[in-house]
Design a protein around this ligand. Structure first.
Ligand code: PXG
Length: 444
């Protein structure tokens, strides 16, 4: 696009009123729109022609960087070869190949893959599989679902019910029979800690109390190994191990929601491998296709899958699925993406860049109004003290200033999160943190 064209594009900006934007302050946005028109590698271009560093991998999803030609070619080829095939009672080779490739990356034993189109669908799918599994084993009384405070598990009714963000829950009907673990953010003991906090393993014991309260009526426990949307909350040392032990003791399915932590964000394929704790099921989306085509997946332990393969062979074993489960174009995108991760050793690259992000982000401790900083792998967050009477204003203004100065960061409330692409460089991380530091200092 040349400059003349770009100007025309701005001049011809479409009417903004019909599009009801998700998780957006629609009126504020439409009064002062922020439109992106191109993306390559670690950079976006705005409609007024400015280059902006993508310090958030889109929304934690474009792990291999934007506009990868290999993915574009695979998608194009697939569209012209087999653009769609029915997903119920019919198949196509690519779905099987994608499942097999993915199963080779997941933690040992989690090698049965169910495809969805998003993280929200993956979460609801995993919760439903947990109920079906217990019922198939004659434990149909196990219906309760346990989540955690401050968790984000997408926006389906299942996901918001086990989720722990009040704004996402309070307007809507929640599923009955859910309960929540306490969140793990303990500012009094763990402020400004680097990586996993030292304190808080005992917070996992809340699960014992929940089991004592509900007995054998609990089906599953779902947690983000590192809480993402709530502002990057790494688990205290030993916490996930303890949750695993308690689930084993009481026959509960442990689900890791790896929608953000999957595909190299922590420098390993999945958080399960990074922490050395294997869940019974895991949910994925985002980085599975490098966000090029919507796709999600659930990986289940083989025993969970096998427990449902009962009854007459002609019987449908799980009454669940989507028109677009294993969509051929999404599969083509996923295979091309997984190939890039492997060929370019992007998870190794993320592991090597993580200490750089840690060192740089913690240098922001001296900046104005900063109350906490957290990091793990290529995830980091900076908390700002809320302005009196205007929670979220400081976070939003910092985000807007950083964008104007050339870096797209993510603000939720007064927390600024960074999740750079795995292909980012030390220089890019340096520049992002420099821009963020100046933006923080410029906001009163
Ligand atoms: N689980 C987790 C852990 C997530 O982070 C979902 C499920 C839902 O995925 P879908 O594909 O249905 O959106 C998510 C999504 C942010 C942010 O900046 C995070 C998400 C989405 C958008 C913004 O915190 N996570």
């Amino acid at each position: 696009m040349d400059d003349a064209e770009r100007k025309t594009r701005v001049g011809n900006r479409p009417d903004l009123s019909a599009y009801w934007m998700p998780f957006t302050a629609n009126r504020q946005f439409k009064a002062e729109p922020r439109l992106l028109v191109e993306a390559h590698g670690c950079f976006y271009r705005t409609e007024d022609g400015r280059e902006v560093i993508d310090a958030t991998s889109g929304l934690w999803c474009v792990n291999a960087g934007h506009a990868r030609p290999e993915i574009a070619a695979a998608v194009n080829r697939q569209l012209l070869t087999l653009d769609y095939a029915p997903s119920f009672q019919m198949g196509h080779p690519l779905a099987f190949e994608t499942a097999e490739t993915l199963a080779a990356m997941t933690p040992a034993g989690l090698d049965r893959i169910f495809f969805t189109n998003s993280g929200s669908e993956s979460v609801d799918t995993a919760l439903k599989i947990a109920l079906a599994y217990h019922r198939a084993r004659g434990e149909g009384q196990r219906t309760r679902l346990i989540g955690r405070e401050r968790a984000y598990h997408g926006v389906g009714f299942g996901g918001i019910s086990v989720g722990g963000l009040v704004n996402n829950r309070r307007t809507f009907l929640n599923l009955p029979g859910t309960d929540h673990l306490p969140h793990t953010h303990d500012l009094s003991r763990n402020a400004f800690c680097r990586g996993q906090p030292a304190h808080g393993v005992e917070l996992a014991d809340a699960l014992e109390r929940i089991v004592a309260l509900h007995g054998d009526t609990i089906a599953a426990v779902i947690v983000e190994p590192v809480a993402g949307s709530a502002g990057v909350l790494p688990p205290p040392k030993g916490y996930l191990e303890r949750l695993r032990a308690i689930c084993d003791r009481h026959g509960l399915i442990l689900i890791f929601d790896e929608v953000i932590t999957g595909f190299g964000r922590l420098g390993a394929p999945f958080a399960g491998q990074y922490f050395g704790v294997t869940p019974d099921m895991m949910t994925m989306a985002k980085g599975l296709t490098n966000a090029s085509v919507p796709m999600g997946a659930v990986a289940a332990r083989r025993e969970i899958h096998d427990a449902l393969m009962q009854g007459p062979a002609a019987a449908i074993e799980l009454f669940h699925g989507y028109t677009y489960s294993g969509h051929p174009v999404a599969c083509a995108a996923a295979l091309a993406t997984l190939d890039i991760y492997r060929r370019e050793d992007l998870f190794g690259r993320a592991a090597r860049l993580a200490p750089v992000l840690e060192a740089r982000i913690h240098a922001l401790q001296v900046r104005r109004n900063v109350t906490d900083i957290r990091n793990l792998g290529l995830m980091a967050a900076v908390d700002l003290a809320p302005r009196e009477g205007a929670p979220g204003a400081r976070g939003y203004e910092t985000f807007v200033r950083a964008l104007a100065a050339g870096a797209l960061v993510r603000a939720t409330g007064d927390t600024i999160a960074l999740s750079p692409p795995l292909v980012a460089t030390e220089a890019i991380v340096d520049r992002v943190v420099e821009i963020l530091g100046e933006a923080i200092d410029s906001v009163a």
